[in-house]
Write a protein that binds this ligand. Structure first.
Ligand SMILES: Cc1cc2nc3c(=O)[nH]c(=O)nc-3n(C[C@H](O)[C@H](O)[C@H](O)COP(=O)(O)OP(=O)(O)OC[C@H]3O[C@@H](n4cnc5c(N)ncnc54)[C@H](O)[C@@H]3O)c2cc1C
Length: 244
């Protein structure tokens, strides 16, 4: 029997700019029970008139005592994300419930090769896996394919650059959909079978595959992986919402 999830009051302790439209929020959550990489929380806002809105946000990193990190992409016209990125101030409360999710998780004692495929802000729970691997000293080979509109939209860009250099067994490949850096090897394009074939793992190595992003992206990539021969049970997916 799982422990029933309760709403806890969290407060903003730190804000880090990731891109012009996305920020990492570090919250302190007294009594936080800990979590696994891949899990998420529900965040609930309550307006002065009592109106409430809740949305899910992936946990971006292993917990640091009672501190958790979320990375929020501002969705224009959205109810919750523009509040979190533009209005929510240090010390302010929000309610948080979690951790949520038991399937889209990676366990730090796992030794199987891992393929992570991110679409846009779908990189958040996958970055949590990369960070947890490093913290645990796990040597499972990891490959991350990160589909993103332009170089300026990459979350955790400096950290990923550093980790490619320092975290043995971690490879990161970018697939740009709108604008690539000068001299990039490919024209901007949506991820396709050649990208997954070239930068993923062959099914014979029995990798665990984690795919996260907008709904349409996740469905396309999960189908590609199954078409390439990966058993559906080894392809774990998390859908963040509509394709933009
Ligand atoms: C399990 C899970 C984990 C998630 N983790 C993250 C995360 O780590 N970081 C993050 O930024 N978001 C994450 N999301 C998405 C998040 O929950 C919200 O859907 C998103 O922030 C938009 O909420 P909003 O209230 O601002 O917009 P809403 O008021 O809900 O929607 C406004 C408009 O934007 C459209 N829309 C809603 N969601 C999206 C979206 N994701 N992309 C494009 N258009 C959208 C709606 O159809 C609507 O037209 C996650 C979602 C799920 C289900």
């Amino acid at each position: 029997m799982g422990v029933p999830l309760t709403w806890r009051v969290a407060r903003l302790r730190e804000r880090r700019v990731e891109t012009p439209t996305a920020q990492t929020l570090v919250l302190s959550v007294p009594g936080w029970p800990g979590h696994l990489p891949g899990q998420h929380v529900d965040v609930r806002l309550t307006a002065a008139d009592g109106y409430r809105a809740a949305r899910s946000y992936s946990l971006a990193a292993p917990a640091d005592d009672d501190r958790i990190a979320l990375t929020v992409q501002r969705v224009p016209g959205g109810e919750v994300s523009p509040y979190l990125t533009d209005v929510y101030a240090e010390g302010d409360p929000v309610e948080v419930r979690g951790p949520v999710g038991g399937w889209f998780v990676w366990r730090t004692d796992s030794t199987a090769p891992v393929l992570l495929v991110a679409g846009g802000s779908g990189v958040v729970p996958l970055a949590a896996m990369v960070r947890a691997r490093r913290d645990a000293g796990n040597r499972a080979p990891f490959r991350l394919i990160y589909s993103v509109r332009t170089p300026a939209d990459v979350f955790y860009a400096d950290e990923l650059r550093r980790r490619i250099r320092d975290d043995r067994g971690l490879d990161v490949t970018y697939v740009y959909t709108r604008q690539a850096p000068d001299g990039w090897r490919d024209e901007p394009h949506r991820i396709g079978p050649a990208d997954v074939h070239r930068h993923g793992w062959p099914p014979e190595l029995e990798p665990l595959c984690y795919v996260c992003g907008p709904t349409g992206f996740v469905e396309t990539v999960a189908d590609l992986l199954v078409d390439l021969g990966h058993p559906a049970r080894r392809v774990r997916t998390e859908r963040f919402g509509p394709t933009g």
